[in-house]
Design a protein around this ligand. Structure first.
Ligand code: MSP
Length: 516
């Protein structure tokens, strides 16, 4: 059954150019979006940038640029990066887009009409890096943000507040549903936070000029998070039609999933659903908070000088290598440590040796002995081929795994199929069989089965490594556009007699002598 599937990355702050962290989230979402399309669903994959707020205002000032000029430059670097990485997003939302302002105004009026806005006094310690008030800092004299290691700033001002406290029961019920927040550990963290009692939060600022003005409240601009979360809705309505909240239900709302880092879970799993409920709109179906990447055991940061630049990585290693490492080695949900040696080892062993060589040597043998084409098999009507049974298992593990964002398990299952095909080939040793007369048909059957396993590996890799997948399928003379997992994953898709092109390696080995 065709489903509508809307998924989002966070809308990234444009205070600096993209780094490996934002690339990680975006690659994972891209794999998920591609998987959902292969399953025949109507996908809207949203990403974009969060361009307002004091953090951006100050960064622009420090560079003596107007905030808009600064945003234009950094936003372009995000768009260029996602193009270079082949990210398949359907929408890219900028929160400085004029359409977005129209939506924010309409949304605010709804929330105000529900009686969920009040004037209040806000005092507290604020971190501009997080764009967030911090609760009870441990050092009350000169407190600093544990994430940004920068002093917190004292604020004392009149703000508009959103009455979050009114939504205590609804939010408790929502997060009690086991599939709303995942992984489970993060659900518990949020349940703990909510059980302490929800407090109203301020949604306007009086000292930030770089923000959207609050209608009928002169001098107030919207708090950047109130504005940014609404970007998801603006992105969905960016389909050529008018910006009207009433159109959301035909445009792919509610989102099937928001994929975010664990740092911004509260905003997505508590504040955001309450805002939507107040506006009379459905809440997202799922929020997934993934873990953080470190590098060789250390937090990545400018001060440590150990930031991995995704453009640089792309130049030196290529798309497939990095996607494979991030999706195959890190449990999505847990923290992960980027280690150059392991990165190189996995790419070379898994992709160049296990998968690449398997295809290469099998295709060479088939070409040599069977007229440069896919050999003709004779299959037994009673018995399924051993590799066909293994492939069937793999297909079901991968389909279930990808649907639950288990990229690691899915990648490992695909790799295991390639390992099993290698073992099969080595045990059957067609190079010895072919030396004796009368074994031709057996060798043809064996090579067909291994090539068929390669075809399935190629198709299963498609959402994870679209480029490598395409090279593999080309090597097997397969042109399916678009691939459809409901049809193309059945055993026996290769057509005997189809020509096999001269093989060339589908994956180059990584040779990184210097630190990245
Ligand atoms: N602008 C807000 C999000 C608003 S969404 C309506 C924001 N932006 S951000 O640029 O700081 O991006 C945060 C996201 O980047 C994290 O949630 C996570 O997805 C990703 N990462 C940033 N650093 C990361 C790591 N070191 N490791 C993994 N992902 C991290 O917050």
């Amino acid at each position: 059954m065709t489903m509508t599937y809307t998924l989002t990355t966070p809308l990234y702050y444009v205070n600096d150019k993209p780094h490996l962290g934002s690339t990680y989230t975006t690659i994972a979402c891209d794999a998920l979006a591609r998987f959902q399309r292969l399953e025949g669903n109507r996908v809207t994959f949203i990403t974009g940038v969060d361009e307002h707020g004091q953090k951006i205002q100050r960064t622009a000032e420090a560079q003596q640029l107007s905030p808009q000029k600064h945003c234009d430059l950094i936003t372009k670097s995000y768009q260029d990066l996602w193009n270079r990485w082949g990210i398949s997003n359907d929408r890219f939302i900028r929160t400085t887009a004029p359409r977005h302002k129209t939506l924010v105004d309409e949304f605010f009026r709804r929330v105000e009409a529900s009686g969920d806005i009040r004037i209040g006094h806000q005092t507290g310690w604020y971190c501009v890096g997080c764009e967030e008030y911090k609760e009870e800092p441990t050092d009350a004299i000169s407190p600093s943000c544990p994430i940004h290691q920068k002093p917190l700033e004292w604020r004392d001002e009149q703000n508009l507040f959103f009455r979050l406290s009114r939504f205590q029961t609804e939010i408790e019920d929502l997060i009690a549903q086991t599939d709303f927040i995942s992984p489970a550990s993060r659900r518990h963290e949020i349940q703990n936070f909510v059980s302490q009692g929800l407090k109203d939060f301020s949604i306007s600022r009086v000292n930030v000029s770089w923000g959207l003005p609050v209608p009928d409240h002169q001098g107030h601009t919207f708090y950047v998070w109130f504005d940014a979360l609404l970007g998801y809705l603006s992105a969905l309505l960016d389909d050529g039609g008018p910006v009207e909240l009433d159109r959301l239900n035909q445009s792919g709302w509610p989102a099937s999933i928001h994929v975010i880092g664990k740092d911004i879970l509260r905003f997505h799993a508590v504040y955001w659903p309450a805002m939507l409920l107040s506006a009379g709109l459905p809440v997202p179906k799922r929020v997934f908070g993934h873990g953080f990447l470190t590098r060789e055991g250390q937090k990545m940061g400018k001060s440590l000088g150990n930031v991995l630049d995704p453009n640089d990585l792309l130049d030196k290693c290529g798309v497939d290598a990095l996607r494979w490492y991030l999706l195959r080695d890190f449990q999505f949900g847990d923290d992960g440590d980027f280690q150059q040696q392991r990165f190189t080892d996995l790419v070379n062993n898994d992709l160049a040796n296990t998968i690449g060589n398997l295809l290469n040597r099998t295709s060479s043998m088939a070409r040599k002995w069977f007229n440069e084409s896919i050999p003709s098999k004779i299959s037994s009507p009673q018995e399924k081929h051993l590799l066909a049974v293994k492939a069937e298992d793999t297909v079901s593990i991968v389909r279930n795994g990808m649907a639950s964002l288990e990229f690691k398990q899915s990648s490992e299952a695909i790799l295991k199929l390639a390992i099993e095909a290698n073992v099969y080939l080595n045990e059957k040793a067609p190079w010895s069989l072919m030396k004796k007369p009368g074994n031709e048909q057996e060798v043809a059957n064996d090579l067909y089965a291994v090539l068929e396993a390669c075809r399935l590996v190629g198709i299963l890799l498609n959402p994870l490594l679209p480029d490598l997948s395409e090279r593999m399928l080309k090597q097997l003379s397969i042109e399916i556009d678009p691939i459809d997992w409901s049809k193309d994953l059945c055993w026996g898709g290769l057509i005997s007699g189809d020509p096999l092109p001269p093989p060339s390696p589908v994956m180059e080995k990584l040779e990184l002598s210097d630190p990245l």
